[in-house]
Unconditional design. Structure first.
Length: 222
């Protein structure tokens, strides 16, 4: 018999991990986070939600700052310092922190970084680092990485498996806010948008009619 999922009294919806990933990625596309970091940052938010760290609400709270600017970690020789939470939400550089921690642990056996380890985005990193064979230890102001004795973790952990099987409980009001923010990344529905994909404008028969630039469509010579 398949066990029934636990009841969550405050949740009105149960959202699949696939949908969480899709909508989170769209929301992040509306921020100043570099495009190349969006997928890794998306996994941090979804991982936080999966492990009970309120990643969706945390991302919504951080949106104004994430849309205003993006600060990189400060590197001085072998030392790396991450922006303080009052300067930039930890989520903005959490993917950088994970990459550096994994690389340093496998290169040197262990490493320590000055970073806000009590932040929800940083607390979401240990399960992700464990996939790469790295253990993370967190304090209020530091993140310490070391190689795991038993190597990388194969497959999802218990929380991830539960989410993949049953979906994630999400309050309806929170999910409506999240979807509304995600829709800001979509192209407005217009007569023009319905006839082109990317830079190409198509006719009824699928033929390319023009190339859409920053200003006006440019006709393709026949």
């Amino acid at each position: 018999m398949t066990p029934a999922p636990a009841h969550h009294a405050t949740a009105d919806l149960r959202v699949s991990v696939r949908e969480l990933r899709l909508m989170t990625g769209r929301v992040l596309l509306t921020t100043a986070i570099p495009f190349g970091s969006v997928a890794a940052t998306r996994d941090i938010v979804v991982g936080a939600e999966t492990h009970g760290l309120a990643g969706l609400a945390g991302l919504l709270d951080a949106l104004p700052a994430l849309r205003a600017r993006h600060l990189r970690p400060e590197t001085r020789g072998a030392a790396v310092r991450f922006p303080a939470p009052d300067t930039q939400p930890a989520l903005a550089t959490a993917a950088d922190l994970l990459d550096l921690a994994v690389a340093a642990a496998h290169t040197d056996g262990s490493a320590s970084f000055t970073a806000p380890g009590d932040d929800w985005a940083v607390r979401a990193l240990p399960p992700l680092a464990r996939r790469h064979g790295v253990e993370l230890a967190l304090t209020d102001s530091t993140v310490t990485a070391r190689t795991a004795l038993d190597g990388p973790r194969n497959g999802p952990d218990a929380a991830e498996l539960r989410a993949l099987t049953y979906g994630m409980p999400v309050a309806a009001a929170l999910w409506r806010r999240f979807v509304a923010e995600a829709e800001a990344a979509l192209t407005p529905d217009t007569a023009l948008s319905r006839t082109h994909a990317g830079d190409s404008l198509f006719g009824p028969g699928g033929e390319i009619l023009a190339e859409v630039g920053e200003d006006e469509p440019m006709e393709v010579a026949s």
